[in-house]
Design a protein around this ligand. Structure first.
Ligand code: SF4
Length: 217
């Protein structure tokens, strides 16, 4: 397993109350993601290397200073499971007494499965029905790993929230209802819809709030 020092960190949010339900958290933004979602809000984190990377020892030093003040560390991205060093970084965070949260799009189910025993809460994005994923991610075959990851998270029993980001051009109410029905059948009721902040979308064509004009059938 690569050492935590190898984790490429693209940024650190020192304090948040909304990224891990009920917890005071810091968020570590991990560099790298193989998908190119049209509504991605963090394009600077998609490449393997970032422009403003922060060495992991600096993150550790920050976390040591916040012991007793923060409850948890959330690994977000980018896609945190893109880097093998996430396992060591999560373990180090736990060893410091923090709960560990994970934001993931379920890109790598096997990495996620191996990580689940080290995390206390997962926020998993489900972006579309399986066959319609490329419309969002622009990557063929991206639906299967995401839905496999949903199965793994649900069956693991790890506390979780499955988030459906709704951009009216990419998901209709019918799509959302079908996604929710599938997730319900899979055994989770921890599903939330979140509106897409259209002004932050990577794809300029999606930067409009004109839902009626853009709605998919
Ligand atoms: S999976 Fe997340 S980080 Fe990767 S492109 Fe999509 S929205 Fe951006």
């Amino acid at each position: 397993m690569p050492a935590a020092e190898q984790l490429r960190v693209g940024g650190l949010l020192p304090f948040t109350t909304i990224d891990y339900p009920g917890e005071l958290a810091a968020v570590v933004f991990c560099q790298g993601c193989p998908w190119r979602c049209r509504y991605c809000h963090n394009p600077e984190l998609l490449g393997a290397k970032g422009r403003n990377e922060m060495p992991w020892p600096e993150v550790v030093s920050f976390l040591e200073r916040r012991q007793g003040l923060l409850d948890s560390v959330v690994f977000s991205g980018g896609e945190p499971t893109h880097q093998h060093a996430i396992h060591s970084a999560a373990a180090e965070s736990k060893a410091m007494g923090y709960k560990v949260g994970l934001h993931t799009a379920g890109v790598y189910p096997r990495e996620l499965e191996a990580l689940l025993s080290s995390v206390d809460w997962v926020g998993l994005d489900i972006k579309a029905l399986p066959g319609e994923y490329p419309r969002v991610t622009t990557v063929e075959g991206s639906g299967a790993p995401a839905w496999e990851s949903a199965r793994l998270v649900i069956e693991s029993g790890v506390p979780h929230e499955i988030r459906i980001t709704v951009h009216p051009r990419l998901l209709s109410e019918r799509h959302v209802a079908e996604i929710k029905a599938r997730l319900d059948e899979m055994g989770t009721h921890h599903v939330v819809e979140q509106p897409c902040l259209v002004s932050l979308c990577r794809d300029p064509e999606l930067r409009t709030a004109d839902a009626e004009a853009l709605a998919v059938p």
